[in-house]
Ligand binder design. Structure first.
Ligand code: KE4
Length: 442
């Protein structure tokens, strides 16, 4: 990609002939046997109005589709692959574990090893329980918070996404926002009524809600840096405000760090902003690309969990040896290379600002939010600080940009309401190629 011919980037010429034929055939086949042909809705590329490329291989910062097209990958499996695809230390750890057996449904030494590594990085955690997805983690954390407080109501924020548990599919972000559906069919009103969805970054809304519901609120669950309405950082002091008001009313503060954990810093958003939540949910990076989730908190809270407490939660593949091995290898690498975070921040800023400059030159309305190695370009000129402002973005303009970047070998999340990720495998050249592709795509 990128060789010059007759004064034009070959990628520009080639992009007109990018073939997606094999992907189209694979999607037609999958659509006959899987709803929408996908196992997670956002992968269907609905909001960018094109069929999804079928990925067959990933290595470092790159992925390849069934037609042989190569892409610089800025999705990274929606966050887990902070070291890039098929990192040798992760591959070797999973291979070794797999040779000794993929799953036992029994206690294994590696579970405590990973739990200790997570607790060392997150001082607010005294015990953690591993599950197989972020959804399981947040669903279980809510159950524990309700049991611990004896209260029913939960507070979440519009545009935040915490997985697809019934209580949390209320004004959710990510794929729910992308599809433009208010929540989900099948969620009972009797259940949703106990979910209070408030505007993010609006302290007054939280104060009024606590005034009204007082001691009825079990917990406040928040993405401390939102990724699921696009990247939206907390306003100055907002997280401290949430910490204080939940402390005052005896509600459990849950930081959903499934995306930000080990992403924004080795200690996640709570290290970056200096907050100690009562509970934390994790996922993605702690599984190194394999299915994993975790929830944890202080001893009073976590000793509520069966078999030592009355809150039941279970899982056949919870603490699975392969996922534990992958996560442990990834966390060990991150711990031994703390310089990665500074490099990630710099490379991400170069990419974000490079494309903003192109947009300014071309008169395209574009703004951006970036925290560490996660960011979003919003197709509007305003500041995006909550769902109300995020949803003013021009999603058609995003779709056109996304298609242009895809055709030029840059793979972005197929939704305006998702975070984009840079990995330690991305080079300065990869960053520059994405900026060059944006010059043709905006
Ligand atoms: P999973 O159940 O998808 O492992 O995790 C749910 C979840 C919980 N909390 C946060 C902050 C999350 O971002 C997620 C899942 N993230 C989305 C991407 N925004 C997963 C991608 C998808 O749904 O396919």
């Amino acid at each position: 990609m990128g060789r010059i011919a007759n004064g034009r980037l070959l990628s520009d010429i080639f992009y007109l002939v990018n073939s997606y034929e094999k992907s189209k055939q694979l999607h037609a086949r999958a659509s006959r046997v899987i709803p929408g042909g996908v196992n997670s809705p956002v992968r269907a590329f609905k909001s960018v109005s094109c069929d999804p490329p079928y990925v067959v291989k990933g290595k470092g910062a790159y992925i390849w589709d069934a037609d042989g097209n190569q892409y610089i990958d800025y999705v990274g499996s929606w966050g887990p692959l902070i070291l890039g695809h098929a990192h040798p230390e992760v591959v070797q750890a999973v291979d070794r574990a797999n040779h000794d057996g993929a799953s036992f449904g029994a206690c294994t030494p590696v579970e405590a090893e990973l739990a200790e590594a997570v607790i060392e990085a997150f001082p607010s955690l005294k015990k953690v329980r591993f599950v197989s997805s972020g959804t399981e983690a947040t669903m279980s954390a809510l159950r524990v918070a309700r049991a611990f407080t004896g209260r029913k109501y939960i507070v979440k924020f519009e545009g935040c996404y915490h997985g697809h548990a019934d209580s949390l599919l209320v004004k959710a972000g990510s794929g729910v926002a992308t599809l433009g559906i208010p929540g989900s069919a099948g969620v009972l009103e009797e259940q949703a009524q106990f979910t209070l969805a408030l505007p993010f970054n609006d302290p007054a809304a939280v104060e009024q809600t606590f005034e009204k519901y007082k001691k009825l609120i079990a917990c406040v669950i928040v993405e401390p840096v939102v990724g699921n309405m696009g990247c939206v950082p907390p306003a100055r002091g907002y997280l401290h405000f949430l910490r204080e008001i939940t402390q005052k009313h005896g509600a459990v503060l849950i930081f959903d760090e499934v995306m930000t954990g080990f992403r924004l810093s080795f200690g996640g958003a709570q290290q970056l902003y200096g907050i100690r939540p009562d509970m934390t949910t994790l996922g993605k990076i702690i599984g190194g690309g394999l299915p994993v989730g975790a929830y944890g908190g202080n001893l009073d809270i976590m000793n509520m969990v069966a078999p030592i407490g009355p809150v039941y939660q279970a899982g056949t593949l919870s603490g699975n040896p392969l996922a534990m091995a992958a996560g442990l290898a990834m966390l060990k690498h991150l711990k031994n290379h703390p310089e990665i975070y500074e490099q990630l921040e710099q490379n991400t800023a170069e990419l974000v600002n490079g494309v903003l400059q192109v947009a300014r030159k071309k008169g395209v309305e574009l703004s951006a939010n970036q925290v560490g190695s996660m960011f979003t370009w919003f197709f509007q000129s305003g500041e995006v600080r909550d769902w109300d402002t995020a949803s003013k973005s021009d999603t058609q303009a995003f779709a056109k940009f996304h298609r242009g970047m895809l055709d030029r070998g840059v793979y972005l999340p197929p939704s305006q309401y998702e975070a984009i990720f840079v990995s330690a495998a991305h080079t300065r050249e990869d960053i520059q190629k994405a900026v060059q592709a944006a010059e043709q795509s905006l």
